[in-house]
Design a protein around this ligand. Structure first.
Ligand SMILES: Cc1cc2nc3c(=O)[nH]c(=O)nc-3n(C[C@H](O)[C@H](O)[C@H](O)COP(=O)(O)OP(=O)(O)OC[C@H]3O[C@@H](n4cnc5c(N)ncnc54)[C@H](O)[C@@H]3O)c2cc1C
Length: 381
């Protein structure tokens, strides 16, 4: 194990990999990514791959707008197929309480150039005939949205970063962050000690634990989320928009010939347990059958759970952390880290190399929580 690095990144998921790639692209060769398990074994290997512009906060929209072109040209730039199915996201709005927030979002999207539109229940039905729409007040649809394969994206970043000189070490748990005179000096890990002037916390749901090693408190909590996948569905052969029943957060997209279903359990409490709670499956199946009756023709093939990296305002913490020079956070994506990985990598590489970013990410600073300056996101799924 080598003893120095220009930048140590703690966490080998899609965020750590994207930052490493973008750093090498800006000429930083001595990048070391320490992953305590296998690359992609955290949330990156457990998620739904959704990519969307349809957020309610301007900064989330801007992060998506920054990321989307990267994902659209991923194969050309990175040389790996991200399996991006650009089939659109279809939000179904059934409750009165969600009407005004979505009207506000539609106005904001129009201002920011997001090609999302308000559609009638009949138009929603035309987009996905197997969705029940009798109770739908209206929908929103953005054809630029879709879903991709996060592991392919991560592997692409890792391959290009490695070629450019970055080192990824698996089975290397960071156990200490050494500091002196108010700044980081390096890390102690199960694979050895490394001196580095810059340390990036990209530890996903474990980011608060890593920050604690530098005596920094970050409000990032692990929150279990489930996914269930059906067997193939007779009569449902075509691709369809990633469709969301917004009131319950139930979402569905095509997966391995069947349908991937996700939904948050409102009773879930923060914790690191990512075992499947099979008692929750009937709740998801019941909602799914009600919204997509064609699923009566199939059964659940498999299911898994992973951890959201939740912050109080459902936005990531990005950038330098006050009080510990050289300690940088890139975590807390609250379920949106895959779609925001390209922008995050690009912006944090700019921050580390140039000292400033080409998109203002001040709203996402860690100190916003203490200052009571939270950024709200309504469209959390
Ligand atoms: C069910 C589910 C569905 C989701 N759906 C979507 C979606 O549709 N679209 C989307 O954009 N996002 C989605 N997400 C969120 C997305 O998966 C995450 O935001 C993203 O993967 C975060 O990537 P990461 O690299 O920050 O974290 P991770 O992939 O968790 O990587 C962090 C890594 O840090 C390592 N680590 C932790 N502690 C240490 C240590 N001390 N030393 C060394 N290594 C350490 C871990 O082993 C882990 O591999 C979903 C998440 C879940 C759980």
């Amino acid at each position: 194990m080598r003893r120095t690095a220009d930048v140590v990144i703690v966490g080998g998921g899609i965020i750590g990999a994207s930052i490493a790639y973008h750093l090498t692209k800006k000429g930083v060769r001595d990048v070391l990514v320490l992953e305590r398990d296998r690359l992609g074994s955290g949330s990156t290997g457990k998620n739904a791959g959704g990519i969307r512009l349809q957020f309610s906060s301007e900064i989330n929209v801007r992060l998506s707008q920054r990321s989307l072109p990267h994902i659209e040209r991923f194969a050309d730039e990175i040389g790996a197929d991200p399996h991006f199915h650009q089939v659109g996201y279809l939000f179904l709005i059934t409750e009165e309480r969600d009407v005004a927030p979505f009207e506000r979002s539609l106005a904001m999207w129009s201002k920011l150039g997001v090609p999302a539109r308000r559609i009638t229940a009949a138009e929603a039905k035309a987009l996905f005939p197997h969705a029940r729409t009798d109770d739908v007040r209206f929908g929103t649809f953005c054809a630029k949205d879709g879903y991709a394969d996060p592991t392919s994206m991560m592997n692409g970043y890792v391959a290009r970063a490695r070629e450019a000189g970055a080192t990824f070490v698996e089975g290397a748990q960071v156990t200490e962050i050494t500091c002196g005179n108010g700044r980081v000096a390096g890390v102690r890990s199960s694979a050895g000690d490394v001196a580095a002037p810059t340390i990036v916390d990209a530890a996903g749901p474990w980011a608060a634990l890593v920050a604690k090693l530098a005596k920094v408190d970050l409000p990032i909590s692990p929150l279990r989320r489930h996914i269930f996948v059906t067997e193939p569905v007779a009569g449902l052969d075509e691709d369809f928009p990633l469709t969301i029943e917004f009131a319950t957060g139930l979402y569905a997209h095509r997966e391995s010939g069947g349908v991937l279903l996700g939904m948050a359990d409102p009773n879930e409490k923060p914790g690191f347990d990512d075992g499947v709670n099979w008692d929750f499956m009937p709740t998801v199946v019941e909602r799914a059958l009600s919204r997509f009756p064609i699923l009566e023709r199939t059964s659940i093939k498999t299911g898994w759970a992973g951890l959201y990296e939740d912050t109080p305002d459902k936005h990531p913490i990005l950038g330098k952390v006050d009080g510990v020079e050289g300690f940088i956070c890139a975590a807390g994506f609250s379920g949106h880290g895959v779609m925001h990985a390209p922008a995050t990598g690009e912006l944090l590489a700019e921050l580390i190399v140039d000292g400033r970013t080409s998109l203002d990410i001040n709203a996402l600073r860690a100190s916003r929580f203490g200052a009571g300056e939270l950024v709200r996101e309504h469209n959390v799924i």
